[in-house]
Design a protein around this ligand. Structure first.
Ligand SMILES: Cc1ncc(COP(=O)(O)O)c(C=O)c1O
Length: 403
C-alpha cells in the first residue's frame, strides 16, 4: 500500500514530522502534532498583535478581541453551532466537564436523582461525576455495555425519570469504540435528563454537529485536533444557558459589582472569569481555518482505511490480542503475548515508534478486561502514512523472535 499524495501534502504542514523523518508517531489520541499555521499564528500574535482582550479600548486590544471572537465563531461553526456565544473557552476537556459538574452541584439536584455514565469513560468523564454523587449522596449509575457492545440497551436499562444527567463519550479513548450518542441524547431527553457528550476523541476524526445532535453539553480539547495545549471548549445549548450559576468569580464574568451585589455577565463571558488563554484561542482559530481548507472527507476516509489496514495486519498475528472492535475509530488497543505493555513500548521507542501503553486514564475499562497492566494503544491520524504502518509491523514482527 502507498500513501496517497494528498496525505503527504497534509503531512508536509507539520514541522515536527518533517524535522524527525524517522519518527512513527502513533500517540495522537494523547495529543496531535501541530501544523505550521499554528506556530505562525502564535509568533505573529506576540510579535505584532499582543494585548489583552475585552478589557481595553485601544487599537491593539480591540484588534486582538476581534481575532479572539473570530476564532470562537470559526470553532463554533466547525461543530455546527450557529450561536458563537454558546461556545465557552476552558483549559481542556477535563476542565469543561468539571465546570459542568460544578454548576450542576449548585443547581437543584434532588436526593433521589441519579447520574448515568457509560462503562467506557476516561477518568475525566467519570471522577467528576463520582465525586459529585458522593458529595450529594446520590447514585452514580454505570451503563453496562456488556463487553463494550456499542448499543443503546445498556443506557435504556440505566436511565430513568430520576436521571439528572447522562454523560457519555462520543468515542472511547481506550478502545476506539464509537458510542450510540444520538440515541443516548434522545433517551436522556425522553426522561427530561441533561446530556453531556465527551467529544475529546471524536472532533478530530468525525463531523460533529451539535445542533443536529441536540445535546445539552459537548466538550473537547484543542490539542487533540492539531491545536494548542491549554485550551478546551464547552458547548452549552442555548436553552440551558441561563439555568446554571457561574463557575468561577472575578473579572470579565460580571456586568456590575458593588459591595453588596454582583450582576453576572451573559454567556460566554459568565463562564470565562479572568484573563483567558488568548494565544491559544487565536492559534486554534488558525488551525480550524486550515482544517476547513482541507478535504476533510478524504482525510477521514484515509484515517479509517489506515486503521483497518493495521487492524487486519495485527489480527493475522497469533501473538497479538486485540481489544478494539473492527470498526474502531482511529484507535487499536492490543497486547502482545504475555508481555508487559511498558516493555513493548520501550522496545518500540528504541525503534523510533511512539505509542501509548498502560490503562489510558480508563482504569475501570481495563479492570473489566482484566488487564491490570493495560494495553498498547496505537492512535492514528491523517498525517500517518502506510510507510509508518509498515515500519510498525516490521518492528512488531522483530519482537516475535523473543516471545
Ligand atoms: C475521551 C477523553 N476524555 C477526556 C480527556 C481529557 O482531555 P484533556 O486532558 O485534554 O482535558 C481525554 C484525553 O485523553 C480523552 O481521551
Amino acid at each position: 500500500m502507498k500513501t496517497p499524495a494528498h496525505i503527504l501534502d497534509f503531512k508536509a504542514h507539520f514541522p515536527l514530522l518533517i524535522n524527525k523523518p524517522d519518527l512513527v508517531y502513533f500517540d495522537n489520541a494523547a495529543t496531535t502534532q501541530k501544523p505550521q499555521v499554528m506556530l505562525d499564528a502564535i509568533q505573529h500574535f506576540y510579535q505584532y498583535d499582543y494585548a489583552t482582550v475585552h478589557r481595553s479600548t485601544h487599537t491593539l486590544s480591540s484588534d486582538v478581541t476581534h481575532q479572539y471572537e473570530e476564532s470562537r465563531k470559526n470553532v463554533a461553526q466547525y461543530i455546527g453551532c450557529d450561536q458563537p456565544s454558546s461556545l465557552i473557552w476552558t483549559k481542556g476537556t477535563t476542565e469543561s466537564i468539571n465546570l459542568v459538574a460544578t454548576i450542576l452541584q449548585d443547581s437543584t439536584i434532588s436526593s433521589s436523582s441519579n447520574i448515568v455514565i457509560s462503562d467506557l469513560e476516561h477518568h475525566a468523564n467519570l471522577v467528576p461525576w463520582q465525586q459529585l454523587c458522593q458529595k450529594l449522596n446520590i447514585e452514580l449509575r454505570v451503563a453496562n455495555t456488556q463487553q463494550f457492545q456499542h448499543k443503546i440497551d445498556a443506557f435504556i436499562e440505566a436511565v430513568d425519570q430520576d436521571t439528572y444527567i447522562v454523560a457519555c463519550s462520543h468515542v472511547s479513548n481506550a478502545l476506539g469504540i464509537t458510542q450510540p450518542i444520538k440515541d443516548v441524547i434522545k433517551l436522556a431527553k425522553k426522561y427530561n435528563a441533561l446530556s453531556l457528550i465527551d467529544g475529546a476523541q471524536a472532533v478530530c476524526h468525525l463531523n460533529v454537529d451539535v445542533n443536529a445532535l441536540d445535546c445539552d453539553f459537548y466538550v473537547f480539547s484543542a490539542h487533540k485536533m492539531y491545536g494548542p495545549t491549554g485550551l478546551g471548549c464547552l458547548y452549552i445549548k442555548p436553552e440551558q444557558q441561563s439555568r446554571f450559576p457561574p463557575y468561577q468569580f472575578g473579572g470579565e464574568m460580571v456586568k456590575t459589582v458593588n459591595y453588596n451585589n454582583t450582576v453576572f455577565n451573559d454567556l460566554p463571558h459568565k463562564y470565562e472569569a479572568g484573563t483567558p488563554n488568548i494565544e491559544a484561542v487565536i492559534a486554534f482559530g488558525a488551525v480550524i481555518q486550515f482544517l476547513q481548507q482541507q478535504n476533510l472527507t478524504l482525510l477521514q476516509q484515509y484515517e479509517s482505511e489506515l486503521t483497518r489496514y493495521l487492524y487486519q495486519a495485527l489480527k493475522q498475528r497469533s501473538f497479538i490480542s486485540l481489544y478494539s472492535p473492527i470498526d474502531s475509530q482511529n484507535i487499536i488497543s492490543f497486547t502482545l503475548a504475555d508481555w508487559h505493555p511498558h516493555d513493548v513500548s520501550e522496545l518500540l521507542n528504541n525503534m523510533n515508534i511512539a505509542v501509548r501503553v498502560g490503562t489510558h486514564c480508563a482504569q475501570p475499562v481495563m479492570q473489566q478486561l482484566q488487564l491490570t497492566n493495560g494495553t498498547i494503544r496505537l492512535s492514528l491520524c491523517a498525517y500517518n502514512t502506510y510507510e509508518d504502518a509498515q515500519l510498525f509491523l516490521r518492528a512488531i514482527d522483530s519482537l516475535e523472535d523473543f516471545i
